[in-house]
Design a binder for this molecule. Structure first.
Ligand code: NAD
Length: 266
């Protein structure tokens, strides 16, 4: 029996087979969770439905997080699908205008790009947690979001998205404090770079992958399976004492500094 047997999970953020949310859905399905999904727009609907039919045949609902009416409709629909509630909310959503995630921070910066990145990549976590809250009562629920090292370090090209991820991590901690008394845990995984649709919008992404391969303690990048397994654990009762944490799944890259300067062995 899997360690998520009897749990119900809402998975947002699938855009392709390579999506981190797809890796999370696969791990949660394998561990026995019942899944429901969201898709951002009509173009992505059939892709998400394909994943859904492979992973237990759960329903898929539309969700553009910039639209409050769609957020309300999602939880109304979900309440009809799971009248006695659900256990796990996976937030795997981010966006920044392309010109703002290339080159130097100030080059592509605009008020519009900054606020779009904050709205879609950080505010949406709070908005979804607020909508999910009534359906997650009394079930030892868990909310999980996806962050990146650019929240706490400067990185080439990440720019406004790094600022949005810092905001996302702070939002995660405030939610953990707010929802803890209701038995709902809130955590983040800070994943190492993985080639997905969202990542390919970041300037010089291939070089970032190569750099991590060369310098991470594990000397490799991580996969959506690596992230999916940790996500399944963090959202399960095995992690019942963990909330408000950022867990790095990055082959250890975040711990290193000044690699490649080692003296040759005498
Ligand atoms: P992806 O492109 O597969 O997924 C991004 C998702 O965001 C898509 O499903 C897209 O539909 C959704 N999205 C964007 N705007 C939206 C909106 N307005 N409403 C609803 N959904 C919207 O890429 P991914 O890399 O799997 O990204 C998932 C999460 O993981 C993101 O938060 C990303 O920042 C984070 N992350 C990615 C990496 C990486 O290297 N790929 C590393 C660390 C963290």
């Amino acid at each position: 029996m899997g360690f998520l047997q009897g749990k119900r999970a809402l998975i947002t953020g699938i855009a392709s087979q390579r999506s981190i949310a797809n890796g999370i859905a696969e791990a949660m399905h394998r561990e026995g969770a019942e899944l429901a999904f969201t898709y951002q727009n009509e173009k992505l609907k059939s892709r998400v439905e394909d994943v859904a039919s492979r992973l237990g045949g759960g329903p898929s609902f539309p969700l553009d997080v910039t639209d409050d009416a769609q957020i309300d409709a999602l939880f109304a629909d979900l309440g009809r699908h799971w009248p006695d509630g659900f256990d796990i909310l996976v937030h795997a959503i981010a966006f920044a205008p392309r010109e703002a995630i290339a080159g130097q921070f100030l080059d592509g910066l605009s008020r519009e790009a900054f606020s779009v990145a904050q709205d879609i990549s950080a505010y949406s976590l709070a908005a979804l947690a607020k909508g999910a809250r009534p359906l997650m009562q009394g079930r030892n629920g868990a909310v999980l979001t996806l962050s990146y090292l650019g929240a706490v370090r400067t990185l080439p090209s990440y720019n406004v998205m790094g600022v949005a991820k810092a905001s996302l991590e702070a939002t995660m901690r405030y939610l953990a404090y707010n929802l803890g008394p209701e038995g709902i845990r809130v955590n983040a995984i800070s994943a190492g770079p993985i080639k997905t649709l969202a990542a390919s919008g970041i300037g010089g992404f291939r070089k970032i992958l190569g750099h991590v391969e060369a310098h991470a303690p594990m000397r490799r990048t991580v996969s959506i399976e690596d992230v999916g397994n940790v996500a399944a654990f963090l959202c399960s009762d095995l992690a019942s004492g963990v909330t408000g944490e950022v867990t790095y799944v990055d082959g250890g890259y975040n711990i290193v500094s000044m690699t490649g300067l080692e003296e040759p062995a005498p």
